[in-house]
Design a protein around this ligand. Structure first.
Ligand SMILES: [Zn+2]
Ligand SMILES: [Zn+2]
Length: 365
């Protein structure tokens, strides 16, 4: 009798079905993983609420740290050449790249036309386990795999393969220099990672949020200044505060991870002439913003976006965690722990902001 595994499938928005399938063997060039932890990303909330532009019926979950249950034919090392064995904990890119589309031809793997083909596959099809909110997960040979550094616990790396790597990509596009000032708009998971990564680069950080507890956490992650939207209720007051903190000039850069289109124009106004803004984590098409385009152009502002990330950003994310796991309260990022049969609660508590970041632990115990 083959062993069986369980996965959480969303047949339509707002519904969860737990399905059981025979465990597949690892595909040639890929892996079969046992899921140790699956993070609940902001995207899961959008997907579950039916607001995601593409994902309407899907196996839930894309953030993961898994333990190698079986190596596919030809696999003996991870993407960086580190030897890989059964039992090792790994992080994987949640998307794949086909290596046969125009974006892949340019080396822009994050933009591969077929990036989500695996995740979107019907679980009735083998190898069934395409989502991470499941007892098992199959890594396709077109994904990238990195062994977890020895000192990084799985729960700390749960969000590395989406949230953290996404921010590493966004900050790389801002090309921050030591001594510069960065405004971090929004202090959920993406914002806290932004604070910590920027501080490690010698950047001064001003963190903005409406939730006092999140701002306190931002200070624990190194923020130099905080702006509480509850205290400064108008964009004008917040922009004035950023200018006061930067000798009247404005910040060198900003990263908007609020997911709220209204924050974009405010971020632009917080910048100095020649400043740069990264728009990260806003994945809902149709989200329109009103802002002073002429003023922005006249001040020479650069806007960059980052969607997904290149494989190297996931490796950099894991190295960042290894350097900082003893220094920063990274283990507090996930403050909601759930079993596999509690996927709905995990998503609901995340949506209701009962927890900063939830995670499902399918192999609890
Ligand atoms: Zn995500
Ligand atoms: Zn491609």
């Amino acid at each position: 009798m083959p062993r069986r595994g369980t996965l959480a499938y969303m047949p339509s928005p707002g519904e969860v079905e737990y399905r059981e399938y025979d465990l597949p063997t690892a595909p040639a060039g890929g892996l079969l993983l046992e899921t140790l932890v699956a993070g609940v990303c902001g995207s899961e909330i959008h997907i579950f609420e039916g607001r995601h532009p593409v994902l309407k019926s899907v196996s839930l979950g894309h953030e993961i740290v898994g333990r190698v249950a079986e190596l596919g034919a030809g696999v003996s090392a991870d993407t960086a050449g580190t030897p890989l064995a059964v039992g090792d904990a790994v992080s994987v890119t949640y998307f794949r790249a086909c290596r046969s589309c125009p974006a892949c031809g340019r080396g822009e793997f994050a933009l591969c036309t077929h990036a989500l083909d695996g995740w979107l596959s019907d679980p009735e099809r083998e190898p069934h386990f395409f989502g991470t909110m499941a007892s098992h997960y199959v890594v396709d040979p077109r994904q990238w795999v990195f062994k977890l550094p020895e000192n990084v616990p799985p729960a700390v790396a749960a969000s590395a393969n989406c949230a953290l790597a996404q921010v590493v990509n966004g900050l790389e596009r801002l090309a921050l220099k030591a001594g510069e000032t960065l405004v971090v708009q929004g202090c959920g998971g993406l914002g806290l990672y932004s604070v910590a990564l920027a501080k490690e680069r010698g950047v001064r950080v001003i963190a903005v949020d409406a939730v006092a507890a999140r701002l306190e956490r931002a200070i624990e992650f190194g923020a130099d200044h905080t702006i509480d939207i509850g205290d400064l209720a108008t964009p004008g007051a917040r922009i004035a505060t950023v200018r006061e903190l930067t000798a009247g000039e404005g910040a060198d850069a900003a990263i908007d991870v609020t997911g709220a289109p209204a924050a974009f124009g405010e971020g632009i106004e917080m910048l100095r002439a020649g400043g740069r803004l990264a728009e990260v984590g806003l994945v809902l098409t149709g989200a329109e913003a009103t802002f002073d385009l002429g003023g922005m152009a006249r001040r020479g502002i650069t806007v960059v976006t980052a969607v997904r990330y290149e494989p190297r950003h996931l490796r950099e994310s894991l190295e960042f965690l290894a350097r900082n796991v003893d220094r920063l309260p990274l283990h507090l990022m996930i403050d909601g722990h759930y079993d596999l049969d509690q996927v709905e609660e995990a998503i609901a508590d995340s949506a209701g902001r009962k927890v900063t970041r939830a995670a499902v632990f399918p192999t609890a115990g």
